[in-house]
Every structure is written in C-alpha cells, then in structure tokens.
Design a protein around this ligand. Sequence first.
Ligand SMILES: *Cc1c(COP(=O)(O)O)cnc(C)c1O
Length: 377
Amino acid sequence: MSDDKIQMVDLTVQYHRLKDEIDRAIQSVTESGAFINGPQVGEFAAHLSAYLGARHVIPCANGTDALQIAMMRLNLRKGDEVIIPAFTYAAAAEAAILLGLTPVAADVDSRTFNLSADAVSEALSERTKAIVAVHLFGQSCDMHPLMETARRHSLYVIEDNAQSLGSVYTFPDGSMKKAGTMGHVGTLSFFPTKILGCYGDGGALTTGDETLAGQLRMSTVHGQSSKYHHRIIGCNSRLDTLQAALLDVKLRHVDAFIAARRRVASIYDRELGGIGGLTIPCRHPSSTHVYHQYTLQVEDGRRDSLLIWLRNAGIPSAVYYPLVMDEQPAFSPHLRTAGDLPEARRLTKSVISLPIHTEMTPSQISRITQRIVSFFK
Ligand SMILES: *Cc1c(COP(=O)(O)O)cnc(C)c1O
C-alpha cells in the first residue's frame, strides 16, 4: 500500500509487518486439521485472560453473539428492561429484542460519548434488570458510579467491550481494572477493525463468576454439558481455531498497537485542539483511551461539509453513529426511550471520526490535520 493512500483502517500493511509470525500460526492450524476447538482456542483464551485480568474468557463467534449469550444467561424474563446507551452500535438493542427483552435507550455524556450513571438513574423502572455499559470509541465508561447504581437497584451489568480492549479504569480508591472486567459479564468482538482484530469474525465473553462462566461456555456449544448431552438452550457460537491462532499472535503486539494509536491521537490533539467550532475527544481522568476511534465534534451544522471537504482531498472519514436508537425503524417499535435524549441526538449530527490505525505515517497524519485546519480558517 502506498504511503499516499489514506484509509480509515489499514490491515494489509500491519499484516505484512507481522507476516512471518502470522503465517506460521495459520499454517500450524492448517497442517493440524483441528479447525474446530483446536488447542489454539484454549491457549488464546488463557493468554487473553491473563492480559485482561479476567478470571474466565469464553471465546465465541462474534461480539453480537457474545451480547446475546450474556443476556440469555442472566435470569432475564420476557419484558424485562435492559438499559442501553441511545448513541452506540446496534448490537445490544438487537440482542435484547431478539430475546423478548425491552431495550431502554438512555442518554450519554457528550464529552465521553458513554452512558452516565445519571442517565441510567433516570431510565430506571420496576422492570429494569440490567445495564449494557458500552465502552465506546476506546474509553471505559465511568464504572464506579454505574456499579453503585447497579448495586443499589440489583441490576446486572454487561460491559460491551468491543471497542475498548486494553483500556484501564481507575476507581476512586485508586484500584485499577481493565475494561470488561468490572461488571458481571464483559463482551468482546475481534472484528477485523477492532483493537484486537482477526481475519473474519470472532468474539469472547469475560466474567469473574465461575458458575456463570460454565453456563456461558455451555451456551456457545448448544448448551451441552458433554457431547450430545444438552443441559440448557444454547446456540452454536465458536471461535475458529484459525482465528484463535492469529489472535494469539496479535495479542502479543496489542500494547504496541494501542501505543501506535495513541501516538496518532496525540498528534491529532496537538494540531486540532483549540480550533473554534471543533471539539477533540476528551481524555477522561478515570480511564485510559485506546482510540478505537478518534471522534471529533463539529458545531454549527458544519459536520457534513467537513466530511465532503475531506473526501474531496482523498481523505476518508466516517460518522459513527448517524442515528439514535429510536430512529432505527427495526428497533423503535420495541424500544423505550428515557427522556428526549438531547445529547445523543446532538452527537449524531456533530460527530466525525478520522482515520486511525496502527500503520499511519506522519505524512498521512499531517495531510489530514492540514486539511481540517484549512476548513476552519
Ligand atoms: C463491533 C461491535 C459489536 C459487535 O461485534 P461483532 O463481532 O461485529 O458482532 C458490538 N458492540 C459494539 C460497541 C461494537 O463496536
């Protein structure tokens, strides 16, 4: 790939940098023929468990399945309410609705893009049973107040950690935990563009609860306690051995991946901070940022013109996310909204995410920042 072509995410340059290691790992699977549940799946899960500080890691087929399986195993009944952020990816709402649960869209904190404990408190009802705390764009939700609210109201907390693997949250007492290890269950996606991405689909569940871990694990293999003995209703949601072998290689580099993303973000911050009408992503004091996305907020309705301005210079950018949950025709009939969701609605009109990945060159970054600076001049 030439230095000139800027992409939102560049997976091929990264592959070529790690080619020897990756090819060897993939070949070890193709030579062994153990494509389903080969030893690499368990090895990767053990390494990921150590990396995250999560007692149990249960690999599965993708991050959406992980959310659905988590909701299947938390003693939720039809009609129970699950609080989700109004501004996020669709997976949590979809999983809840498929299970006959009612997602309740709560507003987010526009500085962090994440669900706030205040919004959760306003969204509560007698039917509320769980919260999906989505750690959006690379930063952990402010988990201390969220967990306090959950404890007070006996709610389960699912952490959707598809975007923030490696992010570290600091509690008020100074103790630290990685995103995905603070609630009852955490879910991960290894979709190719995520912080730790495979070459296809992949996902995992994390939990510190041994009994729940057993239930989640059974759920990924048709609810079987042993072969052909079905204890509970599960599904078929496995991580391919090929993907696990590749992920195990990439996991060894994941802190370097995150450091590379942070270097890009720091340059963006330096060059774009202080421009009137433009807000750079905030770094919350309680959470480190792994910059799954670098998301700006553009005021005065100028977001779409900036998008075109960038596109005309061959610079891609993206709007994550263009609609609030209740604006999605698939979800709106099944969903309750908590209030008017003003922050979420404003964000859908003002956010723009810039290219960020592990292989960006200084000249690419400066082409992007110069183009943005010239837009606001
Ligand atoms: C990517 C993503 C998912 C879904 O992951 P898949 O592996 O694509 O199913 C869920 N939630 C969030 C926040 C995501 O970014």
